[in-house]
Design a protein around this ligand. Structure first.
Ligand code: 15L
Length: 282
């Protein structure tokens, strides 16, 4: 089934909560999602400045179970992009991405939410070497506290899928934007429109229970085998090679990174690194 052939049945009757709506990715995909799923309930700590007619906003701090419960009340599906989106101090990751992620799944269960899309990250597997191609069945090898929190989120998603029958789709997102920012991103770039395709699979596909999919466009230098996403109808339209010249020019400005250049997670691997490259990763 192609995602494009699978429009949401009666989108007006659905109540879809979108956490992290005011963040970087949230801001990019909100207008694209609103065309397919009108009446999205947006949630974040702060209200987006450009709230559109038809959009509702509920403020929620993910670390506060009562606020998360109020945000997901009455929802049938949740797109969970909320949380800390880069490496950070342990307490920030703990509150937003560990406690916050658990609060989200638990509140969703209590509210009878049927489907959750969880924004995982490539940093859950960032210590795989660039020369290795990996599927979604490999052991996690996080490259940061942030990556650990994403591996945790995938595990919580699996628990709620297996124990409670929630339909959970974890997207190991690469880097979302209009074009790849450097040579590493040529392998992991995700066009916003392609992310929306993956979210549609999670929200609408009839035959899924728990899925981990890579959030990447049609990138010739990809490190990831995204066969399961293809099986589910994913047809990415972004092609990173079309932006190679720009990515290489940006890379020349960044310069080499002996640790980061060896691993898929790039600079997340080199941050605070005290090991030897040959002793890191599988
Ligand atoms: C991520 O998971 C981050 O949220 C984003 O800020 C980028 O750093 C991205 O990964 C990346 O790997 O480029």
């Amino acid at each position: 089934m192609a995602a494009a052939d699978n429009p949401s049945p009666s989108p007006q009757s659905r109540r879809i909560v979108f956490t992290g709506a005011a963040g970087g990715i949230g801001t990019m995909i909100r207008p694209l999602l609103a065309k397919i799923y009108p009446g999205l309930i947006l949630s974040d700590k702060v209200e987006p400045k450009d709230l559109q007619p038809g959009e509702t906003f509920v403020a929620a701090d993910l670390a506060r179970p009562d606020e998360v419960a109020a945000a997901v009340e009455g929802a049938d599906s949740v797109i969970h992009l909320g949380g800390y989106s880069v490496e950070g101090p342990w307490d920030s990751i703990l509150q937003s991405n560990i406690i916050g992620c658990y609060n989200l799944f638990e509140a969703a269960r209590q509210a009878g939410v049927k489907r959750v899309i969880f924004a995982s990250s490539n940093h859950a597997v960032g210590f795989y070497p660039r020369k290795r191609r990996i599927g979604t069945d490999v052991t996690v090898r996080p490259d940061s506290r942030y990556g650990v929190s994403k591996a945790f989120g995938e595990a919580v998603g699996a628990l709620y899928a297996d124990k409670h029958g929630m339909i959970v789709t974890c997207l190991r997102i690469g880097n979302v934007g209009p074009r790849p920012l450097d040579v590493r991103r040529l392998a992991i770039w995700l066009l916003p429109e392609d992310l929306v395709q993956l979210i549609r699979i999670g929200l609408d596909h009839p035959d899924i229970r728990f899925e981990i999919l890579y959030g990447a466009s049609d990138n010739a230098t990809a490190w990831w085998d995204n066969a399961r996403a293809s099986e589910l109808g994913y047809r990415p339209t972004g092609k990173s090679e079309e932006h190679r010249a720009h990515a290489e020019a940006e890379q020349a400005r960044i310069g080499p990174d002996a640790v980061g250049d060896a691993f898929q997670g790039g600079s997340f691997c080199s941050l605070e690194f005290t090991n030897k490259v040959e002793r890191a990763g599988p």
